[in-house]
Design a protein around this ligand. Sequence first.
Ligand code: SD4
Length: 338
Amino acid sequence: MLHRRRFLQLGSLGLGAFSFAGFKAAGPTRKPIVISTWDTGIAANAAAWEVLRNGGRALDAVEKGVMVTESSLNCCVGLGANPDRDGYVTLDSCIMDEHANCGSVAFLERIKHPVSVARRVMEKTPHVMLVGSGAQQFAVAEGFPLESPALSPDAQKAYQQWLQKSEYKPVINIENSKNQTAFAPARLDNGDWNHDTIGMVAMDANGNLSGSCTTSGMGFKMRGRLGDSPIIGAGLFVDNEIGAATATGQGEDVIRICGSHLVVELMRQGLSPENACKKAVERIIKIKGSQKAKEIQVGFIAINKKGEYGGFCIQKGFSFAVCYADNKNFMVNGKYIL
Ligand code: SD4
């Protein structure tokens, strides 16, 4: 195992991606801390860190953090992302705090910040989920502007390319963490995004946990299709006594095992964040069989109350961003099984 001091030195030098996907905080609790999925997590963590370093609440951090990713028109998440197969961008998001309050929106169109609408659902309604036109109506009533339905230029190009074959098949989410220091758009050479989601979990200076997850869902999906990301327990789960987890990759397979809830429950049984994520990935592989599991990607990340973090995925190519101090915002390559 990498010696702790050496690890910190490497982190502070910004020497990016490790194949070391877990960290055991020696001694006292490491807090605040924020982690999030994929390269885009670096920029999102930086925004979350601003909240955390000033003593802010984890809930505010995880909202502000993923809003950065939602805002970018040159990104895989938010209104700039790939549309469904009928040409509409539909967005899903959820958020959860330290009191098990949670809110979620799904199949939401033309709203820039679904995570903030999810938070309003949590704070201003007696419900957990709002979907489709109802979610949009609520967002507008809450003062969120209705944005243009036009696709971003990149998404328009990708959609035109996709229409040529109109092949309905999931794209395996893979990223190689080429850029660990700045915002890294993640479009593949063939025009596809290689992922569509950011999940973030954080612990603030008071030791309280929160999480958020936001996505445009699988590119060129069937109209109305939802994945795991807006579903509490699947794409995100927080238990303030134990830890928090979030997921990315093929949502159907995360839903089948209530993935993020499973990871938190495994941590409750004493597993480290990394081992809990690993067990959840193993369960997906067991259900699907390794042959079929090779055709998809799923990655989990988690933190516990001690500030330990970890992640695991089905196959090579999943990375996550970790931030726990000024100038310590770095990528970790997720360990993988297949
Ligand atoms: C979904 N889990 O809609 C999302 C997709 C994703 O990186 O994570 N892509 O199934």
